[in-house]
Design a protein around this ligand. Structure first.
Ligand code: UD1
Ligand code: UDP
Length: 387
């Protein structure tokens, strides 16, 4: 069997969580075949956006932390490229593994592909068809710098074909002859693995937050479009506040620091109103086990997060999506997710609809069998056997 040196690049919260699934699969099945080296770009650096996951999800500690931190897109991405390039030249890996669509993904894709290291992209092919989202640009450019592309859904796989990727390509795979795969979603691996542990370890959280199972709403907001445009943020949160008051139901909101910073600095008096409301519980970001428990026990989920949309489906919860469009289109077609944008009328209608019809909704298995990480690693091994 080949001995493969794989560089795993993470930077933002969801990527760290996804790296847990890959790390687990390496330890379980490829311990003697794949050597994992982890680069953390430092895009996320607060304990609750980064360290908490390494400890809780038993993730390989970073071999390199580039400590890049927050900055405007170009500056942040360029610092990451510089740091990643140095590590790649030093380590000379066989391949570079990237997740999703953040600036850390793009930096990894550019640094690695220009040095001719094969890039493996997990969550390839997802498209919102909205290029004002930084993530959409990151996805397109990362996919077109990749050699193995793992699309998590049919829609994502078809998007790649529409952009010229050919499913019939045969080995040896290269940047000019890439291979596309339809896999499941790697986050299902994590949810299946951690859901029971979340119940065991974190059920006390419900008492701590004074909520009961199936009797609270879980909401997260962090997208640039919703946090940097304060009229959208205010429209969303004032609608959620009135729904909480009218329905006398608690809203648990673990907010990304980006959102809290905007509220504290640009919407100060509104923020005070929110934190003094008896039903609105704004809390710092929670750990993955805590989030899993909250998703599992919520009545409904309201979010602009990509990951949380899917997890709502894993736990069979209806989801209002605070965006105009989504990459996880199967959820919208299935009518278990509704695109409500930042529109008070749509949010209210969607909320009432789900309160009324939520229990009747069906949640087909769109996202594979929970063994996506294993599948991806097997294909990586095959690529090196055949070259
Ligand atoms: C990033 C990703 C987004 C992903 C999200 C996951 C990009 C362009 N965006 O968005 O796709 O959904 O991560 O959570 O890569 N901040 C802190 N502490 C931290 C990190 C950030 O306070 O540890 C604050 C800073 O004010 C920073 C802001 O959050 O300026 C935005 O951080 P950034 O990493 O640029 O983007 P995210 O919004 O986190
Ligand atoms: N998450 C978490 N704690 C939180 C909020 C989210 O552990 O307070 C997890 C969530 O369960 C999901 C991932 O973070 O697995 C989603 O990350 P995020 O919403 O930041 O980014 P996106 O998926 O939109 O890129």
């Amino acid at each position: 069997m080949p001995n493969i040196k794989l560089i795993n690049i993470v930077g933002a919260r969801p990527q760290i969580i996804k790296a847990s699934a890959i790390g687990r699969a390496i330890r379980s099945y490829f311990q003697n075949d794949i050597k994992e080296i982890l680069i953390h770009t430092g895009q996320h650096y607060d304990k609750e956006l980064s360290d908490v996951f390494f400890d809780e999800l038993e993730i390989h500690k970073p071999d390199y932390n580039l400590g890049v931190g927050s900055a405007i897109h170009g500056r942040q991405t360029s610092m990451m490229i510089t740091g990643i390039e140095e590590v790649l030249l030093k380590e000379n890996p066989d391949c570079v593994l990237l997740y999703g669509d953040t600036n850390s993904t793009l930096a990894g894709a550019l640094a690695a592909s220009k040095l001719h290291f094969p890039v493996i992209h997990i969550e390839a092919g997802l498209r919102s068809f909205n290029k004002t989202m930084p993530e959409e640009l990151n996805r397109i450019m990362s996919d077109h710098s990749s050699t193995l592309l793992f699309a998590p859904t049919n829609a994502a796989f078809k998007n790649l074909i529409r952009e010229g990727f050919r499913p019939e390509n045969s080995p040896p795979y290269t940047l000019d002859n890439p291979k596309i795969y339809l896999t499941g979603d790697i986050m299902l691996d994590n949810t299946l693995f951690f859901a029971e542990l979340a119940e065991k370890k974190k059920a006390f959280l419900l008492d701590k937050l004074s909520v009961k199972r199936d009797d609270f709403i879980l909401a997260t907001i962090h997208r640039e479009a919703n946090t940097d445009d304060i009229s959208r943020l205010e429209a969303i949160l004032s609608t959620l506040k009135s729904l909480a008051d009218e329905n006398k139901i608690s809203f648990i909101m673990p907010l990304h620091p980006r959102t809290t910073i905007t509220l504290r600095t640009k919407l100060k008096s509104f923020y005070n109103e929110l934190i003094n409301n008896q039903y609105i519980k704004i809390i710092p970001p929670v750990s993955f086990l805590e989030m899993t428990l909250l998703e599992k026990t919520a009545k409904m989920i309201i979010t602009d997060s990509g990951g949380v949309q899917k997890e709502s489906h894993f736990f069979k919860k209806p989801c209002l999506v605070l965006r105009k469009e989504t990459e996880w289109i199967e959820l919208v077609n299935n009518k278990t997710a509704l695109l409500v944008d930042a529109d008070p009328g749509k949010i209210r209608n969607g909320f009432s609809w789900f309160i009324k019809c939520g229990p009747e909704l069906k949640y087909p298995g769109f996202y594979g069998d929970g063994k996506t990480a294993e599948f991806i690693l097997k294909e990586i091994m095959l690529m090196f056997e055949k070259t």
